[in-house]
Ligand binder design. Structure first.
Ligand SMILES: [Cu+2]
Length: 148
């Protein structure tokens, strides 16, 4: 056991500036405006101190929630349901050109400026509750344009 402890300290010390192992932070969660009953994709950034994965989400404001990934196809991409969204050490972006959380059949219209509750469930980290800001669709379009 002593050997393991020394090894962990050495590995941690080697990663100066990185978030602490096991820490997970979610920043900038947004969703586009949609009418009641529509589907809406949620995007954000995850900063993680280690390898983890998003394995589920809970949204009281929607009839359903699922994880989606974007598979590139000729001329664009198609959204496919996914069991998990891998979160590597460092920053992982959920964005219009990649993985996202999909709300289905929202119970109320999502109006710009509103916030909706969402709980993100991880493979390893404890669940994180976030408030997702509803933004006008043109702001989501700007997110797409900023993609590399
Ligand atoms: Cu989707």
């Amino acid at each position: 056991m002593a050997t393991t402890a020394v090894l962990v300290v050495a590995l941690t010390a080697a990663c100066g500036g990185a978030p602490p192992a096991g820490s997970v932070t979610i920043t900038g969660p947004v969703v586009g405006e949609v009418p009641r009953g529509a589907d809406a994709a949620v995007y954000f950034e995850v900063e993680s101190g280690g390898s983890d994965a998003i394995v589920g989400a809970v949204a009281p404001g929607a009839a359903g929630v699922s994880l989606h990934e974007l598979r590139p196809v000729d001329g664009g991409g198609i959204m496919l349901p996914s069991d998990r969204i891998t979160v590597d050490r460092g920053i992982t972006r959920l964005s219009p050109m990649g993985s996202h959380i999909m709300l289905s059949d929202v119970r109320e219209p999502l109006v710009a400026g509103d916030r909706i509750a969402l709980t993100i469930e991880f493979d390893r980290h404890t669940p994180i509750e976030i408030d997702v800001t509803v933004v006008p669709l043109h702001e989501l379009a700007e997110l797409i344009e900023r993609e590399p």
